[in-house]
Ligand binder design. Sequence first.
Ligand code: HOZ
Length: 432
Amino acid sequence: MVNTTIKTTKSQEIFAAAQNLMPGGVSSPVRAFKSVGGQPIVFDRVKDAYIWDVDGNQYIDYVGTWGPAICGHAHPEVIAALHEALEKGTSFGAPSVLENVLAEMVIDAVPSIEMVRFVNSGTEACMAVLRLMRAFTNREKIIKFEGCYHGHADMFLVKAGSGVATLGLPDSPGVPKSATMNTLTAPYNDLEAVKALFAENPDEIAGVILEPVVGNAGFITPDAGFLEGLREITREHGALLVFDEVMTGFRIAYGGAQEKFGVTPDLTTLGKVIGGGLPVGAYGGRRDIMSMIAPAGPVYQAGTLSGNPLAMTAGIKTLELLQRPGTYEYLDKITQKLADGLLQIAQETGHPACGGHISAMFGLFFTCGPVHNYEDAKKSDMAKFGRFHRGMLERGVYLAPSQFEAGFTSLAHSEADIDQTLAVAREVLSSL
Ligand code: HOZ
């Protein structure tokens, strides 16, 4: 069953050429395998829970194109809907009924969203929501949490997670001090630190933005009372609460983390799943706040391809599939089996580890934990994670090439896929 001698000659050739053509050979840094060692594999195609590389090797995939593939790659119903939409053209740059349909689905599902604006990526959504937070409150400072990632806009590149954490980069050169001087940071799960920031900056903080369940510093869950506490503090200070649900939206529950934890923010950003594998982002929230967005109001934000019919179509079909009975029960069942199994195997093979899952999102740290925040996450044994990653890859399991990214399952992952993954993990962990 287990193949430890995979040939990746073509991958290596293509990646070598790519390095002369694109910075680091990639279109986004965390894909470059810098923190896990070895070279990235070059994909040829994806289907269901699997990836095939250009050398013909097959892998069970737990990245799912970084989250969108919750129904499995290239789901036949999504592909069929896209074929039909393609016949009508790829972009209108004008209103279409598809935008209304997806907007209604998002508004019905996500408790905080009364109005929504579609954009093309999570980065764009977070960038726009920040402008809106500032315009609505007439305040300039914001609070974000260490290790949380809200895209690569200047004002968020402060103690950021994802690729920034993966590569161990300091806050990025090229970001002017003036862009980040109003970005305050606190450790995740630390309400006292948030209270102190509000006390030190009276009437100056527009709001607090966070990943309600962190996926960009590895998988970190909110402590009991943390989200509720943020809701209370922001209300008390006339500031806004914003959930960045780009990863968690429609993944940890149909209505996202806000449905799961019963805490309703003022604004929410979305991406990944709502585009069904096509580039998309969205932000939405209270009607009185969203009404400030142009052309309804004065806050400017625009985009040539925003709301394009292909992304809307893939998103609509994906959400339709997720509405079917039993979906989230299944995702929870298989992901629990995977997350529990990995922890148990780590324990049996003598590796301190901690981790967990919520619905179709999971994580594993090589530290006994508990991991409440980014500082705790950094205690994970990165070198061991790199060897684990390589061992799994060589045996046909594709994990995110970073300790600071969450893992994702899909409706296409079968119990047999999970069993095979756990068998491979046992072999790898026994050999480390
Ligand atoms: N924003 C993605 C998850 N943190 C990473 C995307 C990528 O690098 O491809």
